[in-house]
Ligand binder design. Sequence first.
Ligand code: HEC
Ligand code: HEC
Length: 359
Amino acid sequence: MKGEQGMQRVLSKVAIVVVAVFAVTSGCALFEDERTAKGRKLYRHYCMHCHGESGQQQEGFNWERMPDPRPRDLSEDAAMSTFSDEEIFNTISRDMRDTSLQEVIDDENYFAVSTMPTFKYTLSEEELWAVVGYVRTLHGGSLTFDVDGRKAELESQFQAVNAAHDQAKQAMDEALAKQEAEEAARAEAEEEAEEDDEDLDMEDEEDLEDYDDEEEEIVLPEEEAYEKVAEQFEAAKAALENFSKRPKMTQIARPDLTTTDEERVALQDKGKNLYFNKYGCNGCHSVGDTGGLVGPALDRAGFRLNDTWVYRWVRYPQGMKKHTRMPNLGLDDPDARAITAYLDTLRAPKPDKPIPPPE
Ligand code: HEC
Ligand code: HEC
């Protein structure tokens, strides 16, 4: 009996050691795999149609239909390994090229291909790094960027600003309390003085009031310092939040899209330019027989879609359909108005409509 129990105890100890050793040796690898697996899933949802399942050209169903330059081979180590992890990260999370700014047009280092969408407004920073990690595996590499270190850095930045924020708030509250006490004391003294000096003439009283008004506008240095720190606090908080959470916008309100005819023509031209040259909508949507096949053809958008709906969709697709493959490209209000006006001009005849017989 005793021997059996002893044996059991030894066995369970062995089991614990085996499990512990397994957890330690595989723990790290398991974690890495999780990130790569996440990257693979995101890649298949957001990138595969253009770049192909294994990153090879002509593999993605949209590749053939893309305007030049078509997506480069992400599986080719010779070219891809010349890019740092940060460079790949910036390519997938930059702002779209603002073609209205000369300095952007002149900047040779700016990644220029408008038909490579940005995912900055769609995915969290952690997800973006997971995608970069997966892209690395397509050419036999692996991510060297320290993602956990980046998170720790954002956390410690936040902590530091948080402490400074608390301190600045305390200093401001103290200064405000002191100011209030001083004002109260002064008001009391004034009241006493007034009582003492009943025959204060009108002019003096007015002067006194003016003086009071001016004093109320004084902004304490502690208040100014607090405002600065509060801004840094919000920025650090947003950066930390955006690390693990997808960017979220408030719902886009229904816009008033009425314009004069003249304004409308100018908007349509601007919108057409933005559609092709800034946001590369043609990489995913076709008009006529050119353009991508990822999203629906937009030939008849002017008949089919309502302007208000289009405006809200292009500004925040995820707000209307959470997991849509169309990324949020970061359109601001003026750009969304222009693109909406352009789409309204797309009024191709119904393809299946029989051609009317000649009269
Ligand atoms: C609408 C098609 C399209 C989609 C979707 C797309 N890309 Fe691209 N991508 C392109 C085009 C076009 C280029 C520019 C041509 C080139 O240099 O490869 C490009 C370039 C790149 C490059 C840079 C290669 C270089 O030359 O510097 C990387 C990396 C990349 N894409 C990764 C991704 C990832 C990751 C996703 C998904 C999160 C994605 N792409 C989604 C079309 C697309
Ligand atoms: C990476 C590919 C991609 C890019 C880039 C893209 N779209 Fe889309 N778009 C889609 C997909 C996919 C859908 C279908 C949405 C769904 O149902 O999830 C869509 C839907 C739409 C629709 C609704 C069409 C309909 O018939 O219901 C409009 C309008 C639209 N996109 C306009 C645009 C405009 C304008 C741009 C450029 C600012 C753009 N898209 C850029 C992929 C893309």
